[in-house]
Design a protein around this ligand. Structure first.
Ligand SMILES: Cc1ncc(COP(=O)(O)O)c(C=O)c1O
Length: 383
């Protein structure tokens, strides 16, 4: 079982970072549920000393994810937010960051309510217009933090264009690739320096683990992230590492069905008389459909629609039967949420208005069920 040079995406997903267990030949990396490792003699060990610092299950996942995103190294954390927090430790007090204005609410909360206290400055711009990013850059700008597509209004940022701005200014480009997954979008190949994921979503894919990962390209960031992972200690557990490692094996086939189901629901909703708007990058009327075709390999399973009024949106959420009303996304089962009162409740009203997030919007994370069953469910919920 040797990964051939030039192996293609799904082969990399299944095999990278994983060799049969040397002790038993077990084909699947075991869950090394241990806190410490016995050393042969003083100063002689097998590369493992203490499980916050090194764990073979986590190490296998990190190698797997580094290969999948095409980075130099990966570091797995206890949640997506812990991963984002770790990235910001590459900055120092006085540094400035340009951020997508429609970033995940938890990311905004971390930046605005926690990190500003330590002297970091953040400017929020609509990064779907690279000229606004350019205009927001300052001499102190050390990072551009982009989410694409955004949650829940599905705006896209041209990663190549923003990477060029970052390079010219000597700033790092960080892309939160949670919504697309590396099966659909590979930011490092487009010029990003760092990729972050909530592995809770598509990478794990089965709604049974919370985690995060940072994939880096620069030697200094390999050292910086490795240091903070051990120093602050917000590591991913061996069991969660094993779950995500199992998840990435089927990432490519899951994403293929998420693409099909996302498109089927988007087309059905776009033709429904009670729906006033559908936000899905796969629809030709999406303002960045051309960019989605260029930058992504498929349009994914995330879509948002406008039910016209808050009452209509509430009724859809309360009437779905097969789909589940729940926060989170990226699992095999279809989830529905009301962003204004659920995932984005921590975003102030004026900011929600500025990004076009209204109370009448409903977000769907299309799972991988039969698409006709999903259409039947949303049809009866809208009836
Ligand atoms: C785009 C995005 N980034 C980061 C996060 C945070 O991840 P976690 O919930 O695993 O901490 C989320 C969570 O929903 C998200 O949607």
């Amino acid at each position: 079982m040797k990964l051939p040079p030039g192996a293609r995406f799904s082969t990399v997903c299944i095999h990278a970072g994983q060799t049969p267990d040397p002790a038993t030949g077990a084909i699947i990396t075991p869950i090394y549920q241990t806190s410490t490792y016995v050393q042969d003699a003083l100063g002689q060990h097998k590369g493992y000393e203490y499980a916050r610092t090194q764990n073979p299950t986590r190490g296998a996942l990190e190698q797997n994810l580094a290969a999948i995103e095409g980075g130099a190294a990966a570091f797995a954390f206890a949640s997506g937010m812990a991963a984002i927090d770790a990235i910001t430790t590459l900055l120092t007090s006085g540094d400035h960051v340009v951020v997508t204005d429609n970033t995940y609410g938890g990311t905004f909360r971390l930046f605005d309510k926690v990190l500003r206290k330590y002297g970091l400055e953040f400017t929020y711009v609509d990064t779907s217009h690279p000229e606004l990013v350019e205009r927001a850059m300052r001499p102190a700008t050390k990072m551009i933090f982009v989410e694409t597509p955004t949650n829940p209004v599905m705006r896209l940022t041209d990663i190549e264009a923003v990477a060029a701005i970052a390079r010219r200014s000597g700033a790092r480009l960080v892309v939160d690739n949670t919504f697309a997954s590396p099966a659909l979008q590979r930011p490092i190949a487009l010029g990003a320096d760092i990729v972050v994921h909530s592995t809770t979503k598509y990478l794990n894919g089965h709604s049974d683990s919370v985690g995060g990962v940072v994939i880096v390209t620069r030697d200094e960031d390999v050292a910086g992230l490795g240091f903070i992972q051990n120093a602050a200690g917000a590591i991913l557990s061996p069991f969660d590492s094993w779950l995500v490692l199992r998840g990435t094996k089927t990432l490519n086939v899951r994403m293929a069905q998420h693409n099909i189901n996302g498109m089927a629901l988007a087309e059905f909703l776009a033709s429904h008389p009670k729906v006033t708007k559908v936000l899905y990058p796969g629809l030709p009327d999406h303002p960045q459909h051309a960019l989605a075709k260029k930058q992504m390999r498929g349009f994914g399973g995330m879509l948002t629609f406008d039910a016209g009024t808050f009452e209509a949106a509430r009724d859809v959420c309360n009437r779905i039967r097969l789909m589940a009303l729940a926060e989170s996304l990226g699992g095999v089962e279809t989830l529905v949420c009301h962003p204004a009162s659920m995932t984005h409740a921590s975003v102030p009203l004026e900011r929600r208005q500025a990004i076009g997030l209204t109370d009448s919007m409903v977000r769907i994370s299309a799972g991988i069920e039969d698409p006709q069953d999903l259409i039947d469910d949303i049809r009866q919920a809208l009836a």
